[in-house]
Design a protein around this ligand. Sequence first.
Ligand code: ARG
Length: 293
Amino acid sequence: MKKVTKMAALMLAMAMMTTALTACGGDEKGSSTATDTTVTNSQTQDSTPADAEPTESATQEAAPEADNTLTFGTNAEFPPFEFVTGNGVIDQYDGIDIAIAKQIAEKNNMTPAIENMEFASLLVALQNGQIDAAIAGMTVTDERKEEADFSIPYYTATQVMIVREDSDITSAADLADKKICVIEGYTGEICVKDMGYPYEAFKKGTDAIMELVNGKCDVVVLDSATSQKYISDNEGLKIVEDPSAFESEEYAIAVKKGNTELLDKINTAIDAMLTDGTIAELGAQYTEGLSAE
Ligand code: ARG
């Protein structure tokens, strides 16, 4: 039996869970996801969904909406969710998030566009109207909720520890005297900071992984699916999990605070894609062939 299949089933099950947990706090929010209140969307394949409301789009929205383009900001340094490739699903961008973004736009009769930027710039770009939405494997946290509104979650992840194969790290407690690497501004950094350990923060996941491969650090704390990708791309690395230290995180799409019109459209689309299995399929498709360890 293929790990991928198991993983896809697990991902779907997790995506359907109704509790939203924050990164490391273990602070339950009990937000109910829309998978409970199943929206019976039409099965029509390429026609406009019944709720597209084409006449309503020319309101006081920012410029990108007015020209019928739905501009998503991302940071394409986070495979399998977003990465740059020769022939992506939107321009040179590909990944689970990019495929989701494309479908959200298409379900609303809009043209999808991607703006690639630093992860830390995404919420500011929303605020100043440079982008309409941010899709970036972004974990919902209380802090971020102060700056943006989030869609229903579409993916559940957790932080894991990437170590060299000969590492003696078996749990988060073993991080105490290790050289820890994280990626700047990611929830992994927040987790390690909360644990009170010193660490070094890198701009990109690949930079932190190189540091680990070259023996300059002992462990990289990073999101689960992206970690799988990195260990399958680099010899001699493995993943160590510690669910008691790293709790579930939920990825969601961010919009500018108060932009309920767009948020509703996004939620309807995500709900339909969770219900009909599209998101689980995309997850399986983009993680196919990734080894578990
Ligand atoms: N899930 C983590 C967070 O929200 C990492 C996301 C990184 N995403 C990216 N596209 N670079 O902080």
